[in-house]
Design a protein around this ligand. Structure first.
Ligand SMILES: [Zn+2]
Length: 320
């Protein structure tokens, strides 16, 4: 199955032809909740209705700028809510692609799989099976099928993270589903090596948050191996400046890697438990409003810029 061209992408409201994706942001979040949020009784939190309304407003704004699709790569253990995604997608007619997979060992819900690793030599196989089940049968009883596999590493790569990476690779190969990753701007090379050692084609992988690094050698090495890289945190000042991101992006395009870069903001619209503590100035609109003019000023053509949001997401999902 792996390696075949894909004609369709699974969205939370059903499969669509790859050609229908249109302008796409490749890494955004409707809702995030760090494991344990459900035990925080001191936080009133947002109702499902409030979250839907907020997400619908922001997606309508994005639609008005010509966007048709976004990937919400929330892992299973970070508050993923496919019912919320489906409701928002249905209300707006927008394509939302959700993920299966688990977060890294510094922040994810590690206890169960760590414990199981100690007791069960087949734990990695079972882990891959849970991902395959979601990809083929849907999330729980919702009928929503993920269209992408998410995997992640933190500041260090642990044995737990390697198990997660290999399970993601197995599930991707078995179901011919592409992979997107979280990095802290480092260890994308280890991720790629680990995934490819299982047999994944680098063209089926986005190394996420590559714009968090200012190491051009590291960034280029991922592109040279054939992976996509995510310049997917525009507006996230804690991770890097947009000035640095734009300089690196322009340099990669000038070096001939413009077909391997996807863009986004890693914007989170709603947070479980800490929503009232998170500043709201980050926006889905930043790329279009602030970054596109910067790219034009640096001499990128409209075609080179459109490739980042239209052609590259389509080619990645098609497996072209
Ligand atoms: Zn993210």
């Amino acid at each position: 199955m792996a390696g075949e061209l894909r004609r369709a992408v699974q969205t939370v409201t059903g499969p669509i032809p790859v050609e229908s994706l249109g302008r796409t942001l490749m890494h955004e979040h409707l809702l995030v909740g760090a494991p344990g949020w459900e035990f925080d009784d001191a936080s009133a939190g947002l109702s499902f209705r409030d979250m839907v309304e907020r997400c619908v407003d922001r997606i309508e704004e994005l639609k008005s700028a010509g966007y048709r699709s976004l990937v919400d790569p929330c892992p299973r253990d970070m508050g993923r809510d496919v019912e919320l995604m489906r409701e928002v997608a249905s209300r707006t007619g927008f394509n939302i692609i959700c993920a299966t997979g688990f977060y890294h060992s510094e922040i994810g819900a590690v206890s169960h799989w760590k414990f199981r690793m100690r007791l069960d030599p087949d734990a990695p196989k079972r882990l891959a099976e849970t991902l395959v089940r979601e990809l083929t049968e849907g999330v729980g009883t919702s009928g929503v099928r993920p269209g992408i596999v998410k995997t992640a590493t933190g500041r260090a790569v642990t044995p737990y993270d390697l198990m997660m990476l290999r399970a993601a690779a197995c599930a991707s190969l078995e179901t011919n589903t592409p992979i997107t990753t979280h990095t802290e701007g480092i260890h994308g090379d280890t991720q790629l090596e680990t995934l490819c050692a299982v047999g994944v084609d680098p063209r089926a992988v986005i190394i996420g948050h590559t714009c968090g690094s200012n190491d051009r050698v590291y960034q280029r090495s991922l592109l040279q191996r054939g992976a996509y890289v995510g310049f997917d945190r525009f507006g996230y000042a804690a991770a890097n400046t947009d000035e640095n991101r734009v300089s690196a992006l322009v340099s990669m395009v000038r070096s001939g890697y413009g077909e391997r870069i996807v863009v986004s903001h890693d914007c989170v619209l709603c947070y479980r438990g800490v929503d009232h503590l998170i500043p709201t100035e980050r926006s889905f609109m930043r790329f279009e409003r602030q970054i596109v003019p910067m790219l034009r000023e640096r001499g990128l053509s409209p075609g080179e810029i459109d490739r980042l949001t239209i052609d590259n997401p389509r080619a990645y999902f098609a497996g072209a």
